[in-house]
Design a binder for this molecule. Sequence first.
Ligand SMILES: *Cc1c(COP(=O)(O)O)cnc(C)c1O
Length: 380
Amino acid sequence: MKESRGKHTVCIHEGEIHDEQFGGAISPIFLASSYPFIDQDEKRYPRYFNTPNQEVIAKKIAALEKAEAALPFSSGMAAISTTLLSFLKQGDHAVFQNEIYGGSFNLIHKEFQNYGIEFTLTRGIEVQDFEEAIRPNTRVIYIETPSNPLLSITDIKSVADLARSRGIISVIDNTFASPVNQTPIDLGIDISLHSATKYLGGHSDLCAGAVAGSEEHIEKILHKGRNLGGSLSDFTCYMLERSIKTLGLRIEKHNENAGYVAEQLELQKGVTKVFYPGLENHKNHDLARSQMHGFGGMLSFELHASIDAKAYQKRLKMIKPAMSLAGVESTVIQPSLTSHALMTPEERSKQGISDQLLRLSVGIENKEDIIEDLIQALEV
Ligand SMILES: *Cc1c(COP(=O)(O)O)cnc(C)c1O
């Protein structure tokens, strides 16, 4: 497909299968787990990541990420674990950003020692923090931006340049931004990965993951993936294809709504702080502006000490207090009770996560209805 095609066109058409039998307008679902082998260059099998519907997703995500190649996975964690194990073996070392998704944090803390893989969490998110963590046996640097739950922004290009200058593979978890708001491979990152359960899926009804990068890197991940087995079912590939058709539209609306809600929340007496990279007072606003195409649908805010956070969430009428994020519907969580519940209160406060902090996944409802709900719950 031509480079010049717009993002919405890519979302809708890239990779689609033409229905030659009936001429239908959408990709058919091919459920076969058994394909011919005689005189075939490619032996198709679901766990080989090469069924027709898996290939649709691979092509779409590669195009969106401006990558040579991509692979769909059965979950974000399957994408993350398979990618890390493709480039790290016994005796190797990896540098991870200090603020990363809880599942990734658990993966490295619970599993890596069983494989003899060493890792360091950075002290902060400045490029020097990554540089000082590098050792002679460092093979991977892993970042996540915007981060959860405070939406801190890591300088993607600086970290990518650092990694490349040392011959280290750079990996980004691009879930929060989505490929519509951020294309890290353009900035020099080697591998961009996703929990497709979030914005790529976008309707809170599927679990999937994806990895994008060069042909060479994806080939390595493919071979590891065939052994580890985290392939995506063709039914879910179909749902994901359907979802991605509206990704560009949805993200534009998420961006608009979150920007509006962030500005309005800042004006409320019951709200002491708002964290959103699109706000000019966000500590990394300029960096976010320089490396993102939009500021995304995620924000967090702190309730005034006089408001009980749990009671506040129960007073919400439309916005659901619910785990996960990035659906068309707005949801809210309290990180101290969910994603960061296993940390001690001291560890949380060191990261700036108070018990009054709420993380909001701003949906695509009418923005006036979202802010009205948030405000009515402030007023007891
Ligand atoms: C949800 C999430 C993951 C894990 O994805 P699953 O699909 O739940 O396995 C990884 N990274 C981020 C940033 C996430 O939000």
